[in-house]
Design a protein around this ligand. Sequence first.
Ligand SMILES: NC(=O)C1=CN([C@@H]2O[C@H](COP(=O)(O)OP(=O)(O)OC[C@H]3O[C@@H](n4cnc5c(N)ncnc54)[C@H](O)[C@@H]3O)[C@@H](O)[C@H]2O)C=CC1
Ligand SMILES: NCC(=O)COP(=O)(O)O
Length: 328
Amino acid sequence: MPLAVTPGEPAGIGPDLVLKQAMNALDRPMFAIADPDLLRDRARQLELSVEIAEIADPDHLTAHTAGVLPVWPVKLRAPSEAGKLDPANAPYVLDTLDAAIDLALNHRAALVTGPVHKGVINEAGIPFTGHTEYLEQKSGVEQVVMMLATEGLRVALVTTHLPLADVPAAITPERLKRVTAVLHASLQRDFGCAEPHILVAGLNPHAGEGGHLGREEIEVIEPALAELRALGWDLEGPLPADTLFQPHYLDRADAVLAMYHDQGLPVLKYKGFGAAVNITLGLPFIRTSVDHGTALDLAGTGRASDTSLGVALRTAADMAFYRSTTHA
Ligand SMILES: NC(=O)C1=CN([C@@H]2O[C@H](COP(=O)(O)OP(=O)(O)OC[C@H]3O[C@@H](n4cnc5c(N)ncnc54)[C@H](O)[C@@H]3O)[C@@H](O)[C@H]2O)C=CC1
Ligand SMILES: NCC(=O)COP(=O)(O)O
């Protein structure tokens, strides 16, 4: 199965990184879903010698050739300049994603996404909080889970792109059970963890300090975990988030389940920024992504690192291979 790459925000570093990766020989076919002229212009700006080869059908691609980027064409809505956001191109970003989702739902590609700018899509009048929520909605599944992974650490999230003030109410026993179930199944299916050991963070400082610093642990998290442990699942927690990220706990763990975005991701990015991948668990297809954003300050300069995109491509290829060999 080929890897379909959406470069994301046209004014950001996504196009640069896809072009840089296209300079490598990859053992799996890769193609971009983007405006071919945008990629040609950016390649010229970066002085990268990449041939942009428009394709009509990704089904007949063979192994990727270094220096040639096959492109499924989707037209920009307005001219794009590196580093300059334009809400007029927000529909273009979603056009590329929709084309990729269509291919992925039809088992014709695994999806690897570059960074999008959530703010400019909203400024265009389109409510959008992130790929994760968009993919969940478009693929019609009840629950997906965002998990970022780097060497030695996987962090999954119970809630994703929510204002902090809305987090406590969003952590219901039902959501916690659904998210844990998706994480547990994905660790078994895609990461070879036969009996996943999952560390679950509390929500409050010191996991609520026995109810003196918040009651969500007692009233929501512990009862949900007790129900799941009755299934034989190996869940440890709720643990204080400030002390769980240390070898004493992590050495025995397959993943950490954090309650919210900025509880888990700063730790993951401190450990592995540039060498991490964002994976959406629970979709009917494979989707990986970079660990960074649009970095408008670096677009078109040649100074953006493509290492996380490399990890995202490799992870998607590994997952596809693992699924094909285990018939998962
Ligand atoms: N996968 C996605 O679609 C993601 C999108 N975003 C979006 O990106 C936009 C900008 O977010 P920020 O918080 O500024 O994060 P950012 O990751 O774009 O930038 C943070 C800092 O890291 C640097 N940086 C980022 N990627 C780099 C790379 N590949 N090589 C070298 N340096 C790099 C930037 O220059 C900047 O100094 C926001 O709209 C956010 O929502 C953020 C994270 C992921
Ligand atoms: N912090 C992760 C992030 O913003 C990427 O989210 P998504 O666009 O993959 O949902």
